[in-house]
Design a protein around this ligand. Structure first.
Ligand SMILES: Cc1cc2nc3c(=O)[nH]c(=O)nc-3n(C[C@H](O)[C@H](O)[C@H](O)COP(=O)(O)OP(=O)(O)OC[C@H]3O[C@@H](n4cnc5c(N)ncnc54)[C@H](O)[C@@H]3O)c2cc1C
Length: 341
């Protein structure tokens, strides 16, 4: 008889872990504060995840029909800087579709999904409770993330990355002919307005006027607009009494497109120690310790590198340097990719 596992948070990490555990007949209850489907702030491309991870989690087929992104066009301000091919294709899917698909699969496998239930933080130190509740809230409000879907908006390559003076934006096709536009900006009190106006205001404040002009005339799905602030890029691997995965253990900077991959990889890593806990082979402290050791080995380097490189992505000296490197055909994209994936 298996011990039950409770998961708090039905995002990518929590749902994929729930599916993997249900595939092993572990009883799982998953608590999600919201319901499905729902839009989330996200670039909506999964960059870096391996087929083996998707297979091990039991979700490869769920993503088989998604678009694949390979060529990325980089812009600095209003100028095209260069194109870069990702070492392997990224998976394109909206969070609206992805989280719904994962939730349906979890329920189909007999998982107990309790939506619209926000669980208090006190449970995170209980045995058998997993914290997959997403990013931690920072006390400093330094960043704002905004996202919306547009129709009738063509991208020059599979993925466009626009780097401005106070933030950056990713743009790529998701399903149903929609293009997702998602940006991370330095919070700016002078940027005001509702939905599209707010996004355009942040784009213009970052010197991304050409992109703002394109978005001003494209059809925006107002329902899809969402925003987040108080982002925290610290790492939380070493908690001895909490089993944390996905963004709850540390959020990688969004320019990498690797956050969902980390959520999936961490769910994959967590499956074995949790199964052994459920079978009574490991106690809770041992399961946490085993997971933390592996997770810190696998993710700490990329989280650190992404945070250290983050300021350079949008700061002028880096951009001037990258323009020089473009002329010499020595763009640092591949190196940045290797350090952060
Ligand atoms: C601007 C921006 C762009 C991004 N772009 C990309 C990208 O292109 N590609 C990529 O891979 N990643 C991207 N990311 C990161 C990616 O969104 C996250 O890494 C990923 O969502 C992490 O998954 P998660 O399951 O850990 O957390 P989440 O997806 O945030 O899920 C956590 C869930 O927990 C629920 N929850 C929270 N607290 C409670 C509670 N107390 N009780 C019950 N439920 C609770 C929430 O409602 C949520 O559903 C981006 C992030 C930002 C901010």
């Amino acid at each position: 008889m298996s011990k039950p596992i409770n998961i708090v948070g039905g995002g990518v990490a929590g749902l994929s872990l729930g599916i993997a555990l249900r595939n092993q007949d572990v009883p799982v209850t998953l608590y999600e504060a919201l319901s499905y489907p729902r839009h989330r702030v996200c670039g909506e491309f999964i960059c870096g995840v391996s087929d083996a991870t998707l297979e091990n989690l039991g979700i490869k087929k769920l993503l088989a029909d998604c678009g694949r992104l390979l060529d990325t066009a980089w812009y600095r301000g209003n100028a095209h800087v260069g194109t870069f091919q990702l070492p392997k294709p990224a998976i394109a899917i909206s969070r609206y579709a992805m989280d719904q698909r994962l939730a349906d699969q979890f329920v189909a496998l007999g998982g107990n999904l309790r939506t619209n239930e926000r669980v208090s933080e006190e449970v995170f130190s209980n045995k058998g409770w997993v914290r997959a509740s997403g990013r931690r809230k920072s006390n400093k409000r330094e960043w704002i993330g905004l996202k919306a879907h547009f129709t009738g908006l063509e991208t020059t390559e599979d993925l466009e990355l626009h780097i401005g003076s106070a933030g950056y934006v990713g743009m790529s096709k998701v399903e149903n002919g929609c293009t997702n536009v998602s940006g991370l900006f330095k919070l700016n009190k002078n940027c005001k307005g509702q939905k599209r106006e707010l996004l355009l205001s942040y784009l213009r404040a970052s010197g991304l006027d050409s992109l703002a002009d394109r978005l001003a005339v494209a059809d925006m799905d107002a329902e899809s607009f969402c925003g987040v602030t108080a982002l925290d890029f610290k790492r939380y691997f070493n908690s001895a009494d909490e089993f944390c995965l996905g963004d709850a253990q540390g959020m990688i900077c969004p320019y990498t497109g690797n956050g969902m991959s980390i959520a999936l990889e961490s769910a994959e890593l967590a499956t074995e120690p949790l199964m052994r806990y459920a079978e009574g082979v490991l106690n809770w402290t041992q399961a946490i310790r085993e997971y933390n050791r592996e997770a810190s080995h696998k993710f700490a380097g990329r989280l650190r590198a992404s945070t250290q490189l983050h300021p350079f992505i949008y700061q002028k000296p880096f951009n001037q340097l990258s323009e020089g490197l473009v002329k010499l055909n020595l763009l640092p994209f591949r190196l940045i990719y290797q350090l952060t994936h």
